[in-house]
Design a protein around this ligand. Sequence first.
Ligand SMILES: [Zn+2]
Length: 100
Amino acid sequence: MDDICPKCGLPKNLCICEQIAKEQQKIKIRVDHRRFRKTVTLVSGLGKDVDIEGLTKQLKKNLACGGTAKNGVIVLQGDHRKKVKALLLEQGFKEELIED
Ligand SMILES: [Zn+2]
């Protein structure tokens, strides 16, 4: 059996739940300076319909940095504010909903 989206009941390849979620998410990108001079970029506000694990993987690959997803927040090592925004736009998120 094909994967069916539990939300809309359509096969996963036809499901647009994630796309809709991306168009409605208010995302916040901020840079945090942690102890020991570690700088991280935090991406928060991603809804539960967004594949956060997949997005984290993609961002890490594109930015060539380490990172994790925890409690719906993506934490990337280093200051990647500008690049993260550009990558999120590529992923279908809306510019007017991204706060940075
Ligand atoms: Zn769906």
